[in-house]
Ligand binder design. Structure first.
Ligand code: PMP
Ligand code: GLN
Length: 380
């Protein structure tokens, strides 16, 4: 069979989680919490099922959840989306991003991604018939390089995908950088896919600069988020897309023939839970404490925290060059098999496998899991 995705194997997250399970390693690789969500959210979903919310919801999602999402965006970013025509509930951010690309990319269109980037973007662009144009973030700092982005724009550029807080580098775009993007795109028709799944994980008093805060960007953006990240329920696969009505109309044309809609009781439960006083506002303090526990634990070890990494998301990147000459991928294999801690090689997020002796750890874990991982990492 001629593959549609000849270069693609099994995702690094699945590979490393399987290896971690096989070796009984502490899994600080794949990004998911090893603790449960707020029991009130479980109660809300349970109540929704028992109240009979078990048939198809409306195609774009339950109105109550779309209302809650629009209200939340307005409260946080002062931008008003119409819940009816501009918010859609998706099967996680993954489906949202693929669906947005399928809706806007014509064969041969170019889509700019910034390397390193989340591993679904480039295969998604290929499935949509587009050509991914990989522009590197500045090596070392992972900041956007607007000269390079500008140089990559051609007549065929249909869209650019950005992601802040960033997976894997754990950096966060500043308001100034968002303004620079706004200025760069202003004279163009280029659309924006803004992957904001870690929107509520920004630390040290900084604020998430959503594309919704910049009217020029919001007017051309699909803003993607994920309840999996925000409420510690990655397995539920419920996400959102906010986009201007004309873009949402195209999005929904694809969405209706892709998944049609997303499971009802989770949507009803999430909508009820969002009526409580902003549960996501506790996330920065919650995850910052975990980040700091993990960082302090590595002090005095031979792993060097990457400056700038850890400003947001729930990842921390470290340089292991003082420990080993192995490439990132082999180092992660060795670390999992011999030391008993799983991590993700940064090279997996680059088109050409660029190797900097840097790996990514996920600290969305119980404190005892983090302590168990730290104890092993301090021995290498
Ligand atoms: N984008 C980024 C940057 C991610 O890290 C992830 C995964 N965790 C996703 C999208 C996919 O999110 P979801 O699980 O909601 O599909
Ligand atoms: N986004 C998660 C990570 O970066 C993994 C999601 C997945 O396994 N597809 O680790």
């Amino acid at each position: 069979l001629a593959s549609r995705l000849p270069q693609v194997g099994t995702t690094i997250f699945t590979v490393m989680s399987a290896l971690a399970a096989e070796h009984g390693a502490v899994n600080l690789g794949q990004g998911f919490p090893d603790f449960d969500c707020d029991p009130r959210l479980l109660d809300a979903v349970n109540a929704a099922m028992r109240a009979g919310h078990n048939q198809y919801p409306p195609m774009p999602g339950m109105p109550a959840l779309r209302d809650a999402v629009a209200t939340k965006i307005e409260a946080l970013h002062r931008y008003q989306y119409s819940a009816g025509s501009e918010i859609t509930i998706t099967a996680g951010a993954t489906q949202a991003i693929l669906t947005a690309l399928l809706a806007i990319v014509h064969p041969g269109d170019e889509v700019i991604v910034l390397d390193p980037c989340y591993d679904s973007y480039v295969p998604n662009i290929a499935l949509a018939g587009g050509v991914a144009v990989r522009v590197p973030l500045t090596p070392g700092s992972f900041r956007p390089d607007f000269d390079k982005i500008s140089a990559a724009i051609t007549q065929r550029t249909r869209a650019i995908v950005i992601n802040s807080p960033h997976n894997p580098s754990a950096t966060v775009w500043s308001a100034q950088e968002m303004r620079q993007l706004d200025d760069l795109l202003a004279p163009t028709d280029i659309l924006l896919i803004s992957d904001e799944v870690y929107e509520h994980m920004v630390f040290d008093g900084a604020e998430h600069q959503s594309a919704a805060r910049f009217p020029g960007l919001a007017a051309r953006a699909f803003i993607v988020s994920s309840f999996g990240k925000t409420f510690h329920v990655t397995g539920w696969k419920v996400g959102t897309v906010a986009a201007p009505a004309a873009l949402t109309a195209e999005f929904r044309k694809v969405h209706q023939f892709n998944v049609f809609t997303v499971n009802t009781p989770m949507q009803v439960g999430l909508a009820d839970y969002l009526q409580e006083p902003a549960p996501y506002l506790q996330l920065p303090a919650f995850y910052q404490a975990k980040r700091d526990l993990f960082r302090r634990g590595l002090e005095g070890s031979r792993l060097r925290l990457l400056p700038g990494s850890g400003a947001g998301s729930y990842f921390q990147c470290v340089d292991f060059s003082a420990v080993s000459d192995l490439n990132e991928s082999d180092f992660c294999q060795w670390l999992t098999r011999e030391i008993g801690v799983a991590a993700i090689p940064l090279s997996a997020f680059y088109g050409d496998g660029f190797d900097q002796r840097v790996v990514r750890f996920c600290y969305a874990k119980r404190d005892e899991t983090l302590r168990a991982g730290i104890e092993k990492l301090r021995r290498i």
